[in-house]
Write a protein that binds this ligand. Structure first.
Ligand SMILES: [Zn+2]
Ligand SMILES: [Zn+2]
Ligand SMILES: [Zn+2]
Length: 189
């Protein structure tokens, strides 16, 4: 690809030695400077895209580190984090099926790519709202095949860590959000 064709979607300038362009994950052929995306102009661009494109809004929120959510049962505040992102994106967090605890799974992209590649594909489908009808079944299949790798350590609450466990509220243990691909952090209370 010709670098000269790539322009920052915020400032319209090209790549510079001290300011390379990064590919925007959601839209093809969309580029940005890190400093531009983190500026108020970048925040305005994200707000405008979210307002005009519901799929971008979904994607952007589901990939947010620390997305604020409210427990549907007790109205407690919580924050959601996408699994397998951040400093160690090869590690997958696994929720307890009874409480808000999570662990780092006993498999990762290096030791068990046959699992993580399937999880990544399902996570992508979830982010882009593709094939959502098949999601529960596909996750249940993976849990049936591979949960033995995450159930070695039982949760202190008596529950089991599982590929199919969704994030739960620390206060009332209700499911916080209908997702297999996030864990919750409500901080220390
Ligand atoms: Zn820029
Ligand atoms: Zn709650
Ligand atoms: Zn637990």
């Amino acid at each position: 690809m010709d670098d000269n064709l790539q322009r920052c979607v915020i400032c319209r300038r090209g790549a510079e030695p001290a300011a390379p362009l990064f590919a925007e994950d959601f839209y093809p052929d969309t580029w940005y400077h890190l400093a531009c995306m983190h500026s108020s102009a970048g925040a305005a661009w994200i707000r405008a895209q979210k307002a005009r494109d519901p799929l971008f809004k979904r994607y952007n929120e589901l990939m947010t580190q620390g997305l604020p959510v409210q427990c549907p049962t007790c109205a407690g505040d919580a924050q959601l984090y996408p699994k397998a992102t951040g400093w160690a994106p090869y590690d997958w967090e696994m929720n307890c099926d009874q409480c808000d605890n999570f662990i780092v799974a006993g498999f990762n992209a290096y030791t068990h790519p046959e699992i993580t590649e399937q999880l990544e594909e399902l996570f992508d489908n979830f982010l882009y709202a593709n094939h959502l009808d098949n999601l529960d079944g596909a996750i249940a299949d993976l849990a049936g095949q591979y949960d033995y790798l995450v159930t070695d350590s039982k949760c202190t609450c008596g529950g089991n860590f599982s590929i199919k466990a969704k994030p739960r509220c620390k206060r009332c243990r209700s499911i916080l959000f209908d997702t297999y691909f996030h864990y919750a952090d409500q901080g220390d209370e």
